[in-house]
Design a binder for this molecule. Structure first.
Ligand SMILES: Nc1ncnc2c1ncn2[C@@H]1O[C@H](COP(=O)(O)OP(=O)(O)OP(=O)(O)O)[C@@H](O)[C@H]1O
Length: 798
């Protein structure tokens, strides 16, 4: 009886405890940054810059937030506690059941039976949970559902199945258990080298960090985990200092403050970093919100009203809201972390205006000068005690390309903000308040490029580029491929050609509306063998798993962009390859690129030239179709424009053509249309066959584009045929050799060393040729001079 009474009481106690915990969490959540967490109290000033790098020319079209996981986060507070309470309740219930069993005098067998049932139930629950996770993953991949920043309590059960010993490599980094839980969920068995190096400095020593490491090496978590770690430590410290009466100091209990501001150069990157941090913060209740152009300011303001601790944004929209006086964004006194991701991109020409303005909004760290107080006028006035020491993190894969950068940082020169332009990475870091003792972690190797990246090139004439591109995509079209162009015109040209050739491609460039940009990425991400044709807007930061190949259709203007473009493949622990299409005009640019990566050898991409006649035949048809279609749409657009203009001016358009001209026009149109139909049909028939090398024998069905399914069907057909003609006559037998679409990396690896091109040799040859030309020129000059003198002599004699 006594036990029955206590059973009834226990759940109530749990509820009460959970309520207390929830209040505590709210209080801790609202606490300010604890300045004692940093090691020293040195003065530092903060100057940062940002700029809307991609957004200036885009329409600020509204996008459906929920579609892209940008919905206003529901208050996550409490779900963790709920989970815990639920779990505790389960434990209590199980205990009670056991106790009940004993109290009721049930036999051991009966108790065991109950135990078995509970186990079975647990198993079923686990299975359901697994199914749910899979479903969520699919939904997320399709962009259907918002991914929760915080999981439900069931994660506790999931964690039970984690073998923590597999994650021992993380132990030395002493991360908070809630962060480790996220790492288990992410299945990151060990920290990447940049994470290993940055976490102790950023999280435990409270240092500023300049981090440079190859593309895809996990830099986001290298700054993300220290931020979350310190916020969690701070929260726990405050929890320990909770006044005994449990009453909250009203000032301290003010709603969530902005603690970390992360600036990225592109919108897509901001959204990606947000997602990544949400995953890492899923157990710790911190809210991460993206603030980017391309969605309505009102919606962003609504997002900010939820008072997220971490904001990730692009400079343009951030500055727009800050200068508009958004309360959450201007309360910068609470800011403890300022991050510049892809920092070197931030300072590129014409992009730093907003960045500079944001920097100037940041209150100075601890010096309370007149200037400071003036600078922070726009911010909420706070006591000097509340002034926080900010940590500054500056990250990129290509920082180290700025030769003097490290030297200057080590000198610790700290210039004033006044009159400084944010035109170099050095100035940017100084203005961002980088302290002299900042940890400078440069893990880039001499070549800067990702370790597992294999690079290659194809040297070709300008007019053959399209053919080689089509060849690579159809003969080696395995895995995801990104084709980079420097101009939107080139992007439009090749995407149109490839579509005519029956290759499905998605495009991404800065003149697209934001919705379309995100959709293109989503679709590309969702297709195992997808092809994305992109400008350099996609060069930085985009983390799409399974990108196997990067093709440089046009060479980029700088070595940095080449590194970032190529870095879309060979990310994390995967490998990948890049192929650059080099025309004679590009050779010197390419040689300069190789020089900046300290590379002598570059591999030539292996080509099976017997495919090329067929490739060129198809391409020629596609070009003709493209030309006719373009002309047609241009004519239509011109006609529409004329009609619209006339309508606006209330004028009547007169047709001045004579009858004869009209008839001729009509005939021309008809002929063009017939020509178009013929070309399309011809191409269709070519495309219906697999792309075959010239040496193709009718007895063998082979070629690129034979899918495994088609190959199976054809093999089956061949078997049927041969069994029907059991008295097989020579020549009638058909053999199917499916062209196993070999992915470019595989082709490159099996190509052998003879395809290597020695750039040193190339450079020497070029030097020899230049020298030869110079000598020839000099000889010519000398001969001309001699002839002139002889002529003069002869004239003098006469
Ligand atoms: N410790 C880890 N173990 C395995 N994978 C990881 C780890 N940390 C991060 N990753 C994964 O590696 C991929 C690349 O990470 P991230 O985007 O942070 O790289 P990055 O260095 O910022 O690249 P970039 O320079 O191109 O922006 C991501 O998919 C991320 O989930």
């Amino acid at each position: 009886m006594a036990s029955q009474i206590s059973d009834k009481k226990r759940p109530k106690k749990t509820k009460k405890r959970s309520r207390v915990e929830s209040v505590e969490f709210e209080r801790i959540n609202s606490l300010n940054w604890n300045p004692t967490l940093t090691e020293k109290d040195d003065d530092f000033s903060f100057l940062i810059g940002s700029n809307e790098l991609e957004g200036g020319f885009l329409c600020l079209e509204e996008i459906d937030e929920s579609e892209y996981n940008l919905g206003i986060a529901k208050s996550t507070g409490g779900s963790e506690e709920k989970g815990k309470t639920k779990l505790k309740k389960q434990k209590v219930d199980t205990k009670n059941e056991e106790l009940n069993g004993e109290a009721k005098g049930e036999s051991k067998e009966e108790i065991e039976e109950v135990g078995k049932e509970t186990k079975q139930k647990k198993k079923k629950k686990k299975k359901k949970k697994k199914e749910k996770i899979n479903k969520n993953a699919v939904n997320e991949a399709e962009g259907n559902e918002e991914s929760p920043a915080v999981t439900d309590g069931n994660d506790d059960q999931e964690q039970d199945s984690v073998d923590e010993t597999e994650y021992y490599a993380w132990n030395e980094l002493r991360l908070h258990p809630l962060l480790m839980k996220s790492i288990y969920a992410l299945k990151f068995k060990e920290p990447t080298p940049i994470q290993k190096a940055c976490i102790p400095a950023g999280a435990h020593q409270g240092k500023d960090v300049v981090g440079a490491a190859e593309t895809g090496s996990g830099k986001t978590l290298a700054f993300g985990l220290p931020i979350l770690q310190r916020l969690l430590e701070e929260r726990e410290k405050a929890e320990r200092q909770l006044p005994e009466n449990g009453e909250l100091d009203e000032k301290v209990a003010s709603a969530g403050l902005l603690r970390a501001l992360i600036i990225t150069p592109t919108r897509e990157l901001a959204l990606q970093v947000t997602d990544h941090l949400k995953e890492a913060a899923r157990h710790s209740n911190f809210r991460v919100v993206p603030i980017v152009g391309g969605m309505s300011s009102e919606k962003q303001e609504r997002l900010l009203k939820t008072r997220p601790e971490i904001v990730v944004g692009t400079p343009g929209r951030l500055w727009e809201l800050m200068s508009g006086g958004d309360t959450h964004l201007v309360e910068l006194h609470s800011l403890s972390f300022f991050v510049l991701d892809e920092a070197d991109r931030m300072i590129e020409n014409g992009h730093f205006h907003e960045l500079q303005s944001i920097v100037d909004m940041l209150p100075m760290a601890s010096k309370s000068t007149d200037d400071d107080s003036q600078k922070s006028q726009n911010c909420e006035t706070v006591s000097s005690v509340q002034r926080k020491k900010r940590q500054t993190f500056v990250f990129s894969a290509t920082i180290a390309l700025s030769a003097d950068f490290r030297k200057k940082l080590k000198r610790g020169s700290q210039k004033s903000k006044a009159n400084d332009e944010l035109n170099s990475i050095e100035t940017l870091s100084e203005r961002a308040g980088m302290r002299a003792d900042a940890a400078i972690i440069d893990l880039t190797n001499a070549s800067i490029l990702a370790n597992k990246l294999e690079e290659s090139f194809i040297d070709c004439r300008e007019e053959d580029k399209d053919g080689y591109l089509y060849y690579i995509l159809s003969v080696h079209g395995q895995g995801r491929t990104i084709v980079f162009c420097t101009s939107i015109a080139a992007l439009r040209h090749i995407s149109s050609l490839l579509r005519i050739l029956g290759i499905n491609v998605w495009t991404l460039h800065a003149q697209m509306q934001q919705r379309a940009r995100l959709k293109a990425i989503d679709r590309f991400r969702g297709h195992e063998h997808g092809i994305l044709i992109a400008t350099d807007v996609a060069a930085r930061g985009l983390d799409i798993p399974g990108v196997r190949t990067v093709i440089h259709y046009q060479l980029p203007h700088s070595a940095e962009v080449y590194v970032h473009r190529s870095g879309r493949t060979a990310r994390a622990h995967s490998d990948g390859c890049s192929i650059a299409l080099i025309t004679p005009n590009d050779t010197s640019k390419f040689a300069a690129l190789c020089k900046s990566f300290s590379k002598d050898n570059f591999q030539r991409f292996p080509l099976e030239m017997s495919y090329m006649p067929e490739v060129m035949k198809r391409l020629s048809l596609a070009r003709q179709i493209d030309k006719i279609s373009r002309k047609d749409s241009q004519d239509k657009a011109k006609k529409n424009w004329l009609e619209r203009s006339a309508e606006l001016m209330e004028l009547d358009l007169e047709d001045n053509d004579s009858e004869e001209e009209r008839v001729n026009n009509h005939k021309r149109k008809k002929a063009t249309s017939a020509q178009l139909t013929n070309l399309q049909e011809e191409l269709k028939s070519l495309l219906s066959r697999p792309l075959q090398p010239k040496t193709f024998s009718k007895r063998y069905l082979a070629g690129a584009g034979v899918s495994p399914l088609l190959q199976n069907q054809l093999e089956e057909l061949a078997r049927q045929k041969s069994s029907n003609n059991s008295g097989d006559v020579k020549g009638k037998k058909m053999i199917v050799i499916g062209q196993d679409c070999v992915e470019p990396l595989q082709a490159l690896r099996s190509a052998g060393p003879e395809t290597k091109l020695n750039l040193k040799d190339m450079a020497e040859k070029r030097r020899d040729i230049t020298e030869l030309r110079r000598k020839r020129k000099e000889t010519k000059k000398r001969l001309r001079e001699q002839r002139r003198k002889q002529k003069k002599k002869l004239q003098g004699k006469e």
